[in-house]
Structure formats: C-alpha cells, structure tokens
Ligand binder design. Structure first.
Ligand SMILES: *[C@@H]1O[C@H](CO)[C@@H](O)[C@H](O)[C@H]1NC(C)=O
Ligand SMILES: *[C@@H]1O[C@H](CO)[C@@H](O)[C@H](O)[C@H]1NC(C)=O
Ligand SMILES: *[C@@H]1O[C@H](CO)[C@@H](O)[C@H](O)[C@H]1NC(C)=O
Ligand SMILES: *[C@@H]1O[C@H](CO)[C@@H](O)[C@H](O)[C@H]1NC(C)=O
Ligand SMILES: *[C@@H]1O[C@H](CO)[C@@H](O)[C@H](O)[C@H]1NC(C)=O
Ligand SMILES: *[C@@H]1O[C@H](CO)[C@@H](O)[C@H](O)[C@H]1NC(C)=O
Ligand SMILES: *[C@@H]1O[C@H](CO)[C@@H](O)[C@H](O)[C@H]1NC(C)=O
Length: 905
C-alpha cells in the first residue's frame, strides 16, 4: 500500500507539473513592458462616439474592445494577453497581434508612439479609426509584421519609405485614406500577396498634393508607366487594388508579370491609352475591374487567355470596336459590365453562353442590330440584363419564362409593353424609357412585381393614361419612378410611401395634387413640373419637409398662397415653383431650411418685399423672383450675413425701388472668387443611389434672359454668376462695390432709373460676357477702360444720356448700332454721326484691328464658354476632362478643409 500511495503521489505531482506546464503555455502572462506600452497607447487617444465604422461592414463598432483594457493589477485583468484585440505568442507571451479596428480611436499617432515598441508584432490592424496624420516612419521598426491594416484610418501624405523595411509583409491594406505620391516604398515587399491601396490620392509622382494647383503641373511621363511599374517585383501578389486613386498614364505592361494575380482592380483612375495585351498573361485572374478610366482601343484579343475570369468590368471608358464573340468562350464569366463605351456592331449571341452568367450590362454604347429574346433567354442564370441606350431593336417573344431582376430595355425600339413582363414578379429594376410605347398603360402592368420593383423608368414614350384615375401604384418597394416626357392625362398617380424620387414632369396631368401625397414618408425628390395641374397645394405638404430635398412644381397653374414648406426639420435643397399663379407672401418658414441652394419663385403673382431674411441661408446659390409683385427698397440685414454664396440673382420685372443694393454687392463672396471647376453642376450632389443605373439624375434647371434671349438651362454650372435687376424702379448711381464681383458673366440693369456716369470700374468685371444698362438715365462718356473686358459679347447702353466718342478697340469693334441708339450725344462708328462733326454723317463701318475676337465665337453654353476663358486656369480644364467621381469630390472637400465625414462604402 505504501508503495502504491507513493506512486500515487508521484503521479499526482507529475500531473500537476504537466498541468502547470500546459497552463503556462496556453496562458502566458504578458510582459510588463508590453503591457505598459499598450496602456500608454490607449491613453494617447480619446474615443469618439460610435459608430466609427460602417454599420454594414463586417466589423461593427468595437469600441468596448480597448475600453476593457485595464491598468488595475487584478489577477486576470492585468494580463494583457487576455485583453480584447491582443494576441500573445503561446510560448513566449510576447504580444504578436493587435487588432484595434473600429475602436473609435481619435488622435494623432507619431513615431514615438508606444505601439512601435511592440517589436514582435506580426499582425497590426488599426482600420477604421481617425489618426488624421501621416503614417509614422517608425512603422518600419515593426519588421516582424506580416499583416498590416490601416484601412480607413484617416492617414494622409506619402507612404513612408520605411514601410519598405517590412519585408515580411504578406497582407497590406492602406485603403480609404488620403495617401498621396507613389507606391515606390513598396517595391521590394516581394512577399506581398494581398495589396489594397484603393480610395487614396496616389498619383504616381511624389509631388505633394497640398493644393489643387498640382493639377497644373501634372506633366506626366506616361511612357514608363506610373505607380504600377514599381510593383513589378511583387510577383507573389494575388490581390491588387488601386481603385479610386489619381493614377495617370498608360497601364504599364509590366503588370503582366504578376502572374499569380487573381484579383486586379484599377478602376476609378485616369488611365489612358490601350489596355496592355500583357494582362492576358494573368491566367489566374478571376476578377478584373478597369471601369471609370479613359481607356481606348479594342478589348485585347489576349483576354481570350483569361479562362478563369468571373468578373469583368470595363464600363465608363472609351473602348471601341465590336464586342468580340470569343468573350463567350470565357466560360467562368458571371458578371460582364461593358456599359458607357463606344462599342458598335451587333451583340454576339455567344456572349450569352457562359453557363453561369448572372449579370450583363451593355447599355450606353453604339450597339446595333436586332436581338431576339430567344437568344438571351438561353442564359439560364442571367438575371440582370441591361441593353438601354444603344441603337438596338429588341424582339421579345411572349413565351419568355425566365425570371429577371433587372431589365434595361430603354431605346430598344419597343412599341408595346412586353407581355412577358406579366410573369416577371422578381423584377427590381425595369427600364422601358425612350421607346415608342403609346396609349394606355395596360391594367396588368400595374400588377407586375408589386412586391419587388424598386426602379421604374417609362420616360420618353407616348403613354396617355392609366386604367384608373387616380391610379395608386401598388409597387410597395418602389423608390424611383420616372415617367417624365409622356402624354399622360388625368390626375397625378399616387406613389407608394417608400418612393424617394418621383418624376412626373412634362406630361399633361391635370387637377389638383391629392393630400395623399403627404403620406410619402421617404420622398427626396418630387418633380411635377410642366403639367396642367391646378388648385391649391395641400398644406400637409410640409409634412414631407424632413426628407424632401427637391420639389419642382414649375409650369403648372397652381393658385393660392405658397404653403408652409417646413414643418419641423427641413431637408429642402431646391424649390422651384416658377410659372404658376401663386400669390401672397413667401413662406417665412423657409428661413430655417439651412440646406437650400436653389429657390425659384419667378413668374407668379407674389406680393412681398425683398426676402432679406433668406440672407442667412449660407448655401443659397440661386434666387429667382422675377415677374412678380415684389416691391419696396431692398433692405439689408442687421447681422451682416447677406447671401454669401449667392451666384444667380434674378429680380427682374418687379417694382423694387430705391438704390441698387450696394452693400449686398460687398457680401456676395461667391461671385468674387474665381472658381474654375467646370465639371460640376448645381445639384450634382443629389442623385438617386442607383449605382449602375444613375439615369434618374435630376439637374436644377432654369431659364434666364441672357444676351437678349431666353435661355433654358437644363443644368446650371456650379460657378455661373449672374445678376438681373432689370425692369424695376431702381434709381441712383451704379455703386462701386459691384467691382468686386469678378465672377459675374451677366449683368442686366436695363429699364430702371439709374443715373450718374457709366463707371470705369466696370472694367474690373473681367469675366463679363453680357452687360445691359439700356433704358436708364446714365450720362457722360463711355470709359475707354471697358475695352479691357475682352470677354464681352453683348453690350447695350441704348436709351441713356451718353455723350462723346464710342471706344473702338477690341470687343467694341464688334458692337452694332443697336447697342448705342437713343443716345443723341454719342458719336463715332458704328453710329453714322462723326465725332467733332455734329452735322455730317459718316459712312464708316466697324473695322476690326484686333485679333480674332474670342468672345464672338462663344456659344451660349457655359461649359464651352468658361473653358475657353479660363486663361491660366488649367486646373479647371483638367478637372473638366477627367472623370472625377462623386466620392472624389467629397474627398476634395475633406482634404481641403473640412473634417472627414465617415462614409458608407
Ligand atoms: C482590414 O480591416 C478591416 C476591418 O477589420 C477589414 O474589413 C479588412 O478586410 C481588412 N483588410 C484586410 C486586407 O484584411
Ligand atoms: C529595393 O531594392 C533595390 C535593390 O536592392 C534597391 O536599389 C532599392 O533602393 C530598394 N527600394 C527601396 C524603396 O528600398
Ligand atoms: C454609331 O454607329 C453609327 C453607325 O451605326 C455611326 O454612324 C456612328 O458614327 C457611331 N457613333 C459613335 C459615337 O461611334
Ligand atoms: C419561344 O418561341 C419561339 C418562336 O415562337 C421559339 O423559337 C422558342 O424556342 C420559344 N422559347 C421557349 C422557351 O419556349
Ligand atoms: C401631417 O402632420 C400633421 C401634424 O403632425 C398631422 O396631424 C397630419 O395628419 C399629417 N398629415 C398627413 C396627410 O400625413
Ligand atoms: C435685360 O433685361 C431686359 C428685360 O428686363 C431684356 O429685355 C433684355 O434682353 C436683357 N438684356 C440682355 C442682354 O439679356
Ligand atoms: C480695377 O480696374 C482698375 C482700372 O482698370 C485697375 O487699375 C485695378 O487694378 C483693377 N483692380 C482689380 C482688383 O483688378
């Protein structure tokens, strides 16, 4: 027994030792220096309020992670190896992994940060935090790193050279930051398998992108490629994304050396030239995305080798030629996006052959020929087929049994509602726009896919009515309904409460607007313009103000007071009630609509004084009040906040009196700065959120009298500046304060009672294209200085009291008699009255001594005009020619001032 008990005790002891050992090896205590480094790191930051990363991303808010780190010395709590996000080596107990993604950290991180003392780190994830600084060079100390993730952490500036020390890196994610310059520091990281640099500002040069003038210097040596040529060593790469940077030049053919690549994304850059044929070497590719560049030429025949390809996206380029019929032999293809290029010819029937084809977008090309539905109904898995905006004729059999989710059959030469739609209950998106469908909308159509349809476009057909009146759309999920440009009669159809964008303009709808419209709880845009609608606007419309951004009721016959448009919160950006019969004053509740950019109340019967209270709307760009009964002096606000962003002001044809609003001219900052980004239009920012099918965009439109004719602007360039105060009772002199409004293109003071001299300081308005001071009481001579305004195309001072000689040089050699008539004291060409000779007429006609006048070639198209005139402002031209994405525009804002707004990805 003794012996047994001895052995027993021995066994126990042995087991205890084993247990202790295994315990120690699974739960090593952390090292004190590393523990304090972690705590020190934690203390460097404050944590913002969650959410800190996108709610739809896999990592939700994990702020709690770091908050649990504890300085107290309690047994387990003090063991940093047990802390959330910390991983220790099982044997040595050293910290080898740190995952603080999405912990809401906020604050700068520099090379002294304690984290850089964790020299054994193999994996570091700081994604979705806010560091707002450069990547600290000390990152190069962490030479054991194999995984590094700084995605969406608000790092900016160049990629530090020291990152090149991390030769063990396998995964590197620097996506969605503000990084600039080249990828050269990464050129020797030959073990990289996964490299994500998407959503940055990489340019391929090391010139800092401190300000926009960079664009003026971007002279590229595109021949030897840019960023990518530095990546040619990374032959292990399987995943490479450079999406959404600013890479210019040709795609370097050395890319073809990265033969392990399965995922290649070069989209949303500025690549030009042809796609290099070497991409055909990447035989492992399953994913290839080159969208949104300026690539030209044909689809490379070498693509025939990409037999593994599942995802091919080439949309928004300038690719041409025919769609090669061999494309269908890439049998793994599931997604094909070729939209918005210049492909021509027939659609090869082979393209429908890949057995797993799910998505095919061919819209916005120049494809022609006839496509029969039995060809595409062969593709058994195809559920998104978009063919709109080509020159196709599509013949649809009635026996299509296949179910689709997206069908784009716009401009496909259809004459009827396709009958097979009756059974398409999975449809989410349907485009039948720009066809020849005429007559009544069949009753069955209103029952198609009532559970699923979200996007419906029937615009630009010849539809006349619905089976019921008023019709209530039964599509529960409908978010976008576009029925513009038809011949629809009857009352306004009632969309479902979920509608976001409701476009019914340019029809013949009549009657009143039903109060049912006030149930639209999600609506962002309502466009009922250009119909025959009558009656009062239901006052409950203000119930929509929390979501409604755009409301256009232009060109109808609405009467009565303009209702209160703002209940509690006001989302309104654009209100156009012009060309109706509204009366009464403006609704003062608009004063709290801080987002307003565009207000048009023109051509109504409004009686009111000038709404100086709108001056506090810091974003208001367009204010049109013309042809109403606005009267009185133009009052100025006591607080001095006077329409700082105003660019377009049309008060013409009212009965305003007193002096011109000279103090206002001083405050209109937006008309002073010369802005040269010509690529954007007012309203660009508000678009339906349809990714591949953004055709339901809504541009602010307006009409103004410009250069003597009524101009209809279907889009308003973001920086157009004009003032029309004509046909009022303004009196007094032209105030000097106007000289600062340098951005002005049109100025019309015609038909008032202005007096005093024609001031030489008008020559300071160097962008002016049209100046009308006719029908006033202006006296004195025409100052020679005005000849300096070389952009001037229209000049009218007729019917004043001007005297003396007419300037002859530059633009003034082009103006004709009509510009001057009704001023008996003026002399010299083009008038027949000679100067210094009050009697004899002179037969002289205008003679041009100057160079070809740039102004006269001008089209009344602001884009062309301003490009031509943006002398020395290459920025604008570059931006205008480049594809600047909306995200990019947001980032511009972010990097040049404002704080980064966390975006949904
Ligand atoms: C980086 O971290 C984020 C958040 O955890 C994650 O979504 C992303 O996939 C990571 N990147 C890589 C390359 O693993
Ligand atoms: C990469 O390696 C080459 C050859 O050793 C060297 O010349 C180059 O400077 C290295 N690049 C970087 C960024 O360290
Ligand atoms: C489109 O194709 C037609 C012939 O079908 C051709 O005349 C036209 O120039 C092409 N347009 C473009 C933009 O390629
Ligand atoms: C539909 O009809 C056409 C001709 O009428 C025929 O060629 C085709 O095979 C039919 N398709 C199906 C799926 O029945
Ligand atoms: C509009 O809002 C008011 C007050 O919140 C409410 O009484 C009314 O029922 C609403 N009208 C409609 C049509 O939703
Ligand atoms: C200025 O406004 C008047 C109407 O008030 C219009 O008749 C005239 O054509 C306008 N001038 C120019 C140059 O557009
Ligand atoms: C305004 O014009 C005057 C006279 O032509 C000129 O001397 C002055 O420099 C101009 N001022 C500005 C700011 O352009």
């Amino acid at each position: 027994m003794e012996k047994e008990s001895f052995y027993f005790s021995y066994m126990i002891l042995f087991l205890m030792i084993v247990a202790w050992h295994s315990l120690a090896s699974t739960r090593p205590r952390c090292h004190e220096d590393e523990r304090s480094a972690l705590l020190e790191f934690k203390a460097t930051f404050f944590t913002r309020k969650p959410p800190c990363c996108d709610s739809d991303s896999a990592t939700s808010n994990e702020q709690a992670k770091i908050e649990s780190w504890n300085a107290s010395t309690g047994e387990t709590k003090s063991d940093c190896c047990s802390w959330a996000g910390v991983e220790c080596d099982k044997v040595s107990g050293h910290v080898i992994g740190l995952n603080l993604s999405c912990t809401c950290l906020s604050g700068k991180i520099n090379s002294n940060a304690s984290i850089f003392r964790l020299l054994r780190l193999r994996s570091l994830n700081l994604a979705f935090n806010d560091f707002d600084c450069q990547i600290p060079p000390a990152i190069g100390n962490l030479v054991s790193l194999s995984h590094l993730n700084f995605s969406s952490s608000n790092f900016m500036g160049l990629i530090p050279r020291s990152l090149g020390n991390l030769t063990r890196l396998v995964h590197l994610d620097l996506s969605d930051n503000g990084l600039t310059g080249t990828t050269r520091p990464l050129e020797n990281l030959t073990r990289l398998v996964h490299l994500d640099l998407s959503d940055n500002w990489l340019t391929g040069t090391t010139r800092p992108l401190e300000n926009l003038t960079l664009f003026t210097h971007l002279s590229y040596d595109s021949s030897n490629g840019t960023t990518l040529s530095f990546l040619g060593n990374l032959v292990q790469l399987k995943y490479l994304s450079l999406r959404d940077n600013m890479l210019i030049g040709q795609i370097p053919s050395s890319l073809g050396d990265l033969v392990q690549l399965t995922h290649l994304d070069l989209s949303f850059n500025l690549w030009t030239g042809e796609i290099p044929s070497s991409i055909g070497n990447l035989a492992q590719l399953t994913y290839l995305d080159l969208t949104h560049n300026q690539l030209a030429g044909e689809i490379q025949p070498s693509f025939q080798n990409l037999l593994e390809l599942q995802f091919l996206a080439l949309y928004s380029n300038q690719l041409s030629g025919e769609i090669p019929s061999w494309l269908g032999r890439l049998t793994q293809l599931e997604f094909i996006f070729l939209s918005s290029n210049q492909f021509h010819g027939a659609i090869p029937s082979t393209i429908f052959q890949p057995p797993d084809l799910i998505v095919l977008y061919l819209d916005k090309n120049n494809l022609s020929g006839t496509l029969k539905s039995d060809v595409f109904s062969e593709a058994k898995k195809l559920n998104e087929l978009v063919l709109s905006f080509n020159k196709l004729s599509v013949i649809l059999e009635t026996n299509i049994t296949h179910r689709y989710k997206s069908l784009g059959l716009g401009s496909c030469n259809l004459n009827d509602f396709p009958e097979f739609l009756q059974d398409q209950d999975d449809l989410i998106m349907l485009d039948l726009s720009n066809n020849n469908i005429s007559g009544k909308v069949p009753e069955w159509f209103l029952d198609v896919s009532t559970e699923n349809l979200q996007y419906l476009n029937l615009s630009a057909n010849f539809l006349t009515s619905f089976a019921q009146d008023p019709v209530i759309f039964k599509w529960k999920e409908l978010a976008v309904a576009d029925l513009r440009f038809n011949e629809l009669q009857g009352s306004v159809p009632i969309p479902p409460p979920k509608i976001e964008h409701y476009f019914m303009s340019n029809n013949r709808l009549s009657g009143g607007v039903s109060p049912l419209i006030c149930n639209l709880s999600s609506t962002r845009m309502i466009d009922l313009s250009d119909n025959n609608l009558t009656g009062f606007i239901p006052p409950c419309l203000s119930n929509l103000s929390g979501t409604l951004e755009v409301m256009s009721l232009r060109s109808n016959n609405f009467i009565g007071k303009i209702p209160n448009l703002n209940a509690n919160s006001c989302a309104l950006i654009m209100v156009d009630l012009s060309y109706n019969k509204f009366s009464g004053p403006l609704p003062s509740s608009l004063r709290d609509c801080d987002n307003l950019k565009f207000l048009n109340f023109g051509n109504n019967q409004i009686r009111d004084v000038f709404p100086s209270w709108l001056g506090s709307l810091l974003g208001l760009k367009v204010l049109i009040l013309r042809y109403n009964g606005f009267h009185g002096l133009i009052g100025e606000r006591a607080d001095g906040i006077e329409f700082p962003m105003l660019q377009i002001l049309d008060l013409s044809h009212n009965i305003f009196s007193g002096g011109l609003p000279s103090k206002y001219f001083k405050h209109w900052t937006a008309m002073k700065v010369s802005e040269t980004d010509l690529s954007s239009y007012i309203g660009d920012a508000i678009k339906p959120t349809w990714i591949f099918y953004p055709d339901a965009t809504f541009h602010y439109s307006m009409s103004v009298i410009a250069k003597g004719i009524q101009m209809n602007y279907s889009k308003i360039q973001e920086h157009l500046a004009l003032i029309d105060l004509s046909s009022n009772n303004f009196s007094g002199a032209i105030p000097e304060t106007i000289r600062s409004l340098k951005q002005l293109k049109l100025l019309n003071f015609s038909n008032n009672m202005l007096s005093g001299a024609l001031p030489p300081f008008l020559a300071n308005l160097t962008n002016l294209e049209s100046l009308d001071l006719s029908r006033n009481q202006i006296s004195g001579e025409i100052p020679q200085e005005l000849t300096q305004v070389t952009s001037l195309a229209v000049f009218d001072v007729s019917y004043n009291h001007l005297t003396g000689p007419i300037p002859q040089s530059r633009q003034f050699a082009t103006f004709e008699n009509n510009s001057y008539k009704g001023n008996p004291g003026l002399c010299g060409p083009p008038l027949s009255r000679k100067c210094g000779d009050p009697e004899g007429p002179s037969p002289s006609s205008p003679t041009s001594e100057e160079d070809e006048d740039p102004g006269s070639a001008m089209e009344l198209d602001w884009k062309t005009v301003s490009m031509g005139y943006a002398s020395g402002l290459v920025i604008g031209v570059v931006l205008g020619n480049c594809l600047i994405t909306r995200r990019r525009a947001q980032r511009l804002v972010k990097n040049f001032g404002k704080r980064k707004q966390r975006r949904r990805r």
